[in-house]
Design a protein around this ligand. Structure first.
Ligand code: MG
Length: 394
C-alpha cells in the first residue's frame, strides 16, 4: 500500500498480517500498524526521558557521552540499514529499536541491579526487576496517554521484539495473563520475527562501538590498548594505510566507523546466506528452528573478545566502579525511603498495589538527574558523592 511493502521478502513481517493489538482499533488512514507503533513510542513520556538516562554510567559530565536516547537512535539506524538490505520490514525494526530500552532505570545497569536486589529483598515472592520486562510494562501498562486503555496498545510484533530476553518464571507469569502471547516463545524456545532478531544484533553492534568511543573520549581507555582486539586492529591498520598521518579523535572515529560497517556487512552476508539455505516460506516459518539473523562465526568470536575487553577494562575500571557503587546506593536509599514512608511518593504511585512494584516502577521511570534530586531532597545535599557531579552538570 505504501510502496515499501512491495519490496518486502516473503519472510518479512507484514503490517497487514499483524496479529494485532490487545485492544482492537480502527486502522490509521495513512500509516500502517508498525509506523503507528513507532509514532506512539516517539510521543511517549518514557521515550523523552531517555535523553537524561545514561547508557554506561561513566560519570556525570553527561553531555559528551551516549545517553539511552542517542543509543536508541543509533540502534534504529543500524537496524533499518540491515533490514533494508535483507528486504525486511524497516518500520517494525525502527519501532522495536526505539522502544527497546524504555524500561531502563537511571544510572545504567548499576541502577537495574540495585533495584532488582531491593525489590527482591522487600518482597521475596516478587519477580524482581529486569529492564526488558520493564520495557514491555512501559508500553503495555505504565504509559498513561490514551483514554480507553493503559499503555500504548502496540502491535503484537512490536511487543514481541521489545521483550528480547525473559526468564521462564516471568514468561510463565506473562502466559497466565496473555495466553499464547509474547511470553510464549520463551517457554517453547522458538524465535521472534526476523526484524526482532535484527534489532538484537544492531543493539550489540551499537553498544560495543559506542562504549569504545565513550571509553576513549573519557580517558578511561587508551586507543593503543584497543589494538589487542583483531576487529579494531584490522580497521586501524587499513585506515593508516590510506591516511598515514591521521591521529587522535579523527583516527578513532574512522576506525569505529569502519568497524560498524564491517559488522553490518557481516550480519547482512551471514544472514542472507542462512536465509537462502533455510528458505522460510513466510514470517511464521522463521519462528521455528534456529535464529536466521546473525554474525558469521568468525565475527561472533571477535565480538566476544570486544565484550570481554570492555567488561575488564571499562565496566570494571576503578573509576567506573566507584560511581556505579555510589549510583547503586542512591537507588537503594530511594527504595527504602519510599518503602518506609509512602507519603514521599506521588499520589498515583502511593495508592497502587502491589506497593513494592509501584515503588520500583516509580524509580525505574526516573532520569539520572531526577533520581539525584530526589535523593538530595530525602537525604540531604551531601549524602552521595554523585550530588556534586549533578550540581556541576546542571
Ligand atoms: Mg540497548
Amino acid at each position: 500500500m505504501h510502496g515499501a511493502t512491495a519490496r518486502l521478502a516473503p519472510y518479512a513481517s507484514d503490517a497487514g498480517a499483524s496479529r494485532g493489538r490487545r485492544h482492537p482499533e480502527v486502522p490509521a488512514p495513512t500509516r500502517d500498524a508498525f509506523q503507528r507503533d513507532r509514532d506512539r513510542i516517539v510521543h511517549s513520556t518514557a521515550f523523552r526521558r531517555l535523553v537524561y538516562k545514561t547508557q554506561v554510567f561513566l560519570n556525570h559530565e553527561g553531555d559528551l557521552y551516549r545517553t539511552r536516547l542517542t543509543h536508541s537512535l543509533e540502534v534504529a539506524q543500524l537496524a533499518r540499514s540491515i533490514a533494508r538490505a535483507l528486504a525486511l520490514n524497516e518500520d517494525l525494526c525502527e519501532a522495536i529499536a526505539l522502544a527497546h530500552d524504555l524500561g531502563h532505570t537511571p544510572f545504567g545497569h548499576a541502577g537495574q541491579d540495585a533495584l532488582d536486589e531491593a525489590l527482591r529483598r522487600a518482597d521475596p515472592a516478587s519477580l524482581g526487576f529486569e529492564h526488558n520486562f520493564q520495557s514491555l510494562r512501559v508500553v503495555d501498562q505504565l504509559e498513561e496517554r490514551y483514554p480507553r486503555y493503559d499503555g500504548l496498545n502496540l502491535s503484537y510484533e512490536t511487543r514481541e521484539g521489545i521483550l528480547k530476553h525473559c526468564s521462564r518464571r516471568r514468561a510463565a507469569w506473562l502466559e497466565r495473563i496473555e495466553p499464547g502471547g509474547v511470553g510464549r516463545r520463551f517457554l517453547d524456545r522458538t524465535q521472534p520475527s526476523l526484524e526482532a532478531q535484527v534489532c538484537n544484533l544492531a543493539d550489540a553492534i551499537a553498544y560495543n562501538a559506542h562504549d569504545i568511543d565513550d571509553g576513549v573520549r573519557s580517558g578511561l581507555l587508551a586507543h593503543e590498548q584497543l589494538l589487542v582486539l583483531p576487529v579494531v586492529r584490522r580497521q586501524h591498520e587499513a585506515t593508516l594505510a590510506e591516511f598515514p598521518s591521521l591521529a587522535g579523535r579523527r583516527l578513532l572515529f574512522e576506525v569505529i566507523r569502519r568497524m560498524l560497517s564491517q559488522q553490518v556487512y557481516d550480519v547482512i552476508d551471514a544472514s542472507a546466506a542462512a536465509l537462502s539455505v533455510a528458505r522460510p516460506e513466510d514470517g511464521v516459518a522463521v519462528r521455528r528452528g534456529l535464529a536466521l539473523i546473525g554474525f558469521s562465526d568468525g565475527m561472533n568470536e571477535e565480538i566476544g573478545d570486544v565484550k570481554a575487553f570492555l567488561r575488564e577494562r571499562l565496566y570494571r575500571h576503578p573509576q567506573v566502579v566507584r560511581v556505579t557503587e555510589a549510583a547503586k546506593d542512591v537507588v537503594r536509599d530511594l527504595f527504602e525511603a519510599y518503602a518506609g514512608d509512602a507519603t514521599q511518593l506521588p499520589k498515583q504511585y502511593a495508592e497502587r498495589e502491589p506497593r513494592f512494584v509501584a515503588i520500583a516502577d516509580y524509580i525505574a521511570g526516573m532520569t539520572d538527574r531526577f533520581a539525584l534530586r530526589e535523593h538530595a531532597r530525602l537525604f540531604g545535599p551531601s549524602a552521595s558523592l554523585l550530588h556534586s557531579d549533578v550540581e556541576a552538570a546542571s
